[in-house]
Design a protein around this ligand. Structure first.
Ligand code: PGA
Length: 250
């Protein structure tokens, strides 16, 4: 049941025409049958890209955020049910940029996770420590608190719709990648936490992605680790050839 996943996080990049061309190029590329490709695009392109991908197997779309309330007077916001209503499968929640620039706390993220799952979305939940925590060797406690606070209230059935992305903040957009050993170590730690909280079966089925300066040059080494089930890729997902080589790096 555990999936190999290559997820792109476009963040706030690309105009409409570029978004369409990038999606087309990826859809026309070679994608191994056992790899799930997920494109995390700006809200505004989701509907059009979803229509484009109607007959394409193996590529799904993710929103990069959703609001924690079901509906109402929240000017400028997008709800989980709106995403579901246009056929979107995933939402990325808890990205460090949203935690940092939009003050998203563990408690807020817990509410977002709840509403997303209630509406039938799957959640790519991001966690990861800042540099000073890594330097103090406190990353395990830090990441475990993020998971406990925002995810571990879920039932085992709900938890099966979670993908975890471990993204050490010091490796995002910096060109500094966690070493394959650092990634494997944290992923194994996360899987052990999930096993302790839920069950061995749920832990084995969970896909845990690594994110932070993943590129074609380091993807194979990262993905070769037993507990690294793929990547959440920012910068390198904006280039079709580069992203396709990551997709083929398993
Ligand atoms: P990056 O971003 O690949 O550009 O480091 C990863 C992410 O923020 O998801």
């Amino acid at each position: 049941m555990r999936k190999k996943i290559a997820a792109g996080n476009w963040k706030m990049n690309l105009g409409r025409d570029q978004a369409v061309v990038l999606t087309q190029d990826i859809a026309e590329g070679s994608i191994p049958e056992d790899v799930h490709v997920i494109l995390g695009t700006p809200f505004i392109y989701l509907h059009e890209l979803n229509a484009m991908l109607q007959d394409v197997k193996g590529i799904e779309l993710a929103a990069q955020n959703c609001h924690q309330m079901p509906s109402g007077a929240y000017t400028g916001e997008v709800s989980a049910s709106m995403l579901k209503s246009i056929g979107i499968e995933y939402v990325i929640l808890g990205h460090s940029e949203r935690r940092m620039y939009f003050n998203e706390s563990d408690e807020l993220l817990r509410a977002k996770v709840d509403i997303a799952l209630k509406e039938g979305l799957k959640v790519i939940f991001c966690c990861g420590e800042p540099l000073e925590i890594r330097e103090a060797n406190s990353q395990n406690g830090y990441v475990s608190r993020q998971l406990v606070n925002s995810l571990f209230h879920l039932s085992e059935a709900d938890f099966s719709n979670i993908v975890i992305a471990y993204e050490p903040i010091w490796a995002i957009g910096t060109g500094k990648t966690a070493s394959a050993e650092q990634a494997q170590e944290m992923h194994a730690f996360i899987r052990a936490l999930v096993q302790e909280k839920y069950s061995a079966e749920t832990a084995v089925d969970l896909s845990i992605l690594y994110g932070g300066s993943v590129k074609s040059a380091n993807a194979s080494e990262l993905f070769a680790n037993p507990d690294v089930d793929g990547g959440l890729v920012g910068g390198a997902s904006l280039d079709a050839q580069g992203f396709l080589s990551i997709i083929n790096a398993f």
